[in-house]
Write a protein that binds this ligand. Structure first.
Ligand code: HEM
Length: 267
């Protein structure tokens, strides 16, 4: 009897959330320009990872499905104003089970989305594992590179099934170096990395003061072995000696649309 009442209450709560989302969603007029948010400077990227409590897996299938539907509705609701990407870390990373990457020009919009996720019935079973915040900026060093290197960097990179997120903290010595010395080291960094430019798609976020790191480096690839070789190649250049913290966490997972994520978790 008690279980039935709880189920009815959960269903009513879910219906209210869905109705609320539909009503507020109707007020959105502008659709987020996903391409712009993912390519322009001045955009905030928030990376949030969550662990799913074991208790959730013990819930019946119907309740879990209802929880995942509410999660999907929150993503759908915010899709008009934010660029939202979802990933499954479960099985490849022991830091967390899922990763969400959110982009907007207002950091508080990223926060509101994550608060809305936490407010769903599924959110009650999520534990936040890591939150990283970064800002996209215009290239600092590329304008000083030789023309051939600039041209090589313009060749499009290919994405793939896999994602890796590696936050990096530089040492004080790095920031104290004059720009021309950092430029020379970043040129060496780029020379070492260019052989992997085609198969490893990258994105850089500046996070000094926005979390405990200086940079969030983000990669998509079909070839994790290339990512591995790339990191080894970069660890040999002088700039790498200024990495005070590299990873911790290194997040590795697979890229999933929200529908694919819901399907994977609902199994
Ligand atoms: C696909 C291969 C890669 C290429 C072609 C590449 C290229 C570059 C370029 C051109 C810059 C300078 C951006 C600017 O002008 O501001 C840069 C910056 C940076 N890269 Fe890479 N990179 C690659 C992979 C990596 C990897 C694997 C890491 C570490 C996990 C990394 C870490 C960084 C960091 C932390 C910066 C910022 C340095 C600073 O502004 O002080 N990169 N990269």
């Amino acid at each position: 009897m008690m279980i039935r009442i709880t189920r009815i209450a959960t269903t009513i709560a879910m219906l209210l959330i869905v109705i609320g989302i539909c009503l507020t969603g109707a007020q959105d007029t502008s659709a987020a320009d996903r391409d712009k948010l993912l390519s322009e400077p001045g955009v905030y990227g928030t990376f949030a990872t969550f662990r799913i409590d074991d208790e959730w897996r013990r819930l019946d299938r119907q309740t879990r499905q209802a929880h995942l539907t509410a999660l999907r509705n929150v993503v759908e609701h915010h899709k008009d104003t934010l660029a939202i990407d979802t990933y499954l870390l479960q099985g490849l990373s022991d830091y967390a089970d899922i990763l969400v990457r959110v982009h907007s020009t207002e950091l508080r919009a990223n926060q509101q989305f994550l608060l809305d996720v936490i407010a769903t019935p599924f959110g009650a079973y999520l534990t936040s594992a890591t939150i990283l915040n970064g800002l996209t900026k215009k290239a600092n060093y590329v304008p000083g590179f030789p023309d051939q290197m600039k041209a090589d960097l313009k060749v499009p990179s290919e994405s793939g099934l896999y994602v890796a997120v590696i936050p990096i903290r530089k040492d004080a010595g790095w920031w104290a170096l004059p720009q021309d010395q950092r430029l020379a080291m970043m040129q060496e960094h780029t020379e070492a990395a260019l052989p992997y430019h085609k198969t490893v798609k990258r994105k850089l976020y500046h996070s000094t003061g926005l979390d405990d790191f200086d940079f969030i480096t983000y990669f998509e690839t079909a070839k994790p072995d290339d990512l591995h070789s790339l990191i080894l190649a970069l660890s040999k250049v002088k700039e790498a000696r200024h990495n005070k913290r590299f990873g911790h966490p290194t997040l590795l997972g697979t890229i999933k649309t929200i529908d694919q994520l819901v399907e994977a978790l609902g199994r």
